[in-house]
Design a protein around this ligand. Sequence first.
Ligand code: GH3
Ligand code: MG
Ligand code: MG
Ligand code: MG
Length: 323
Amino acid sequence: LRQREASGRRMGVIAGAASRLGGAGGRILIVDDYERQGQRLCAELSIEHRPVLESDPHKALLSARGPVDLVIVNAAAKAFDGLRFAAQLRSDQVTRNLPILALVDFDERPRLIKALEIGVNDLLSRPVDPGELSARAKTQIRRKRYTDYLRNNLDHSLELAVTDQLTGLHNRRYMAGQLEALLQRAAMGGEPVAVLAIDIDHFKKINDSFGHDVGDEVLREFAVRLASNVRAVDLPVRYGGEEFVVVMPDTHLEDAERIAERIRLHVAGSPFRIMDGQELLSVTISIGVAASLGGESRPEPLLKRADAAMYEAKASGRNRVIA
Ligand code: GH3
Ligand code: MG
Ligand code: MG
Ligand code: MG
């Protein structure tokens, strides 16, 4: 019984370590041309990880760009400079964040210091002690998985911050920065920046008659039609509610007006399919157009003029473009 308890505890320890490592062990690239040493590292690491041995540094650089969690490089390799290899990993955008363990002889102070200067994450002294190898490898892999997790979350939150979740278009916050930059460029003698202010007509009626979810469907369908009717250089954004803005770089008022008219027709010209395509609903929009004046560098007055033109379009009967 005591034996079973002991082995149960041991299993518990191993299972715990495995789960901290994300279930499976790490993918480890060993770069060494000292065959016996490389193979011994490989054998020891394969108990918990998936090691691959590579003796050619050029091939190793390519492998490192693939799915790898840790690189172990022999800094005292015979046919290539292991520290130069580590430096190359650090200078490549794809591999620069990979953890590197450098195998060094601890009595070789200058090489050891150079390894640290290059930015290897940890050192392993030769001859390698299996327990130390396992512990140092595990620490680096765990740290990498955690920083990968943080990085992915950061990318995701940055994207969330500039994207409208309902339509997938960019949002007002993102537009503000882009418009300001474009206007500053235009104010220094470039082509004007044009802006469309678009508002869906009688949108409240759609919500009131069919419900908020159908209102959302209409917003999504409109966003698709809008995005497919502007040029690749234009920036369509959901400004808020049922109001949208398109920012058009290097565009004169007359050209913007023509594009606005095309968008208006693509909305009014064919009804929206709602409720899983069971119903057809005709939707119209009103659009105000404005373009920056020579030297104008602030977004707010330009947006205000587009908005005022949009209200004029509403007042004069809706489903129209006013510049
Ligand atoms: P007008 O032709 O003058 O623009 O009339 P309107 O009814 O479109 O104007 P109003 O601005 O009064 O109404 C806009 C409505 O849009 C009110 C609001 O409840 C609704 N709305 C705002 N955001 C959303 C949304 O995300 N989803 C849905 N379904 N409705 C929204
Ligand atoms: Mg509105
Ligand atoms: Mg309104
Ligand atoms: Mg409206």
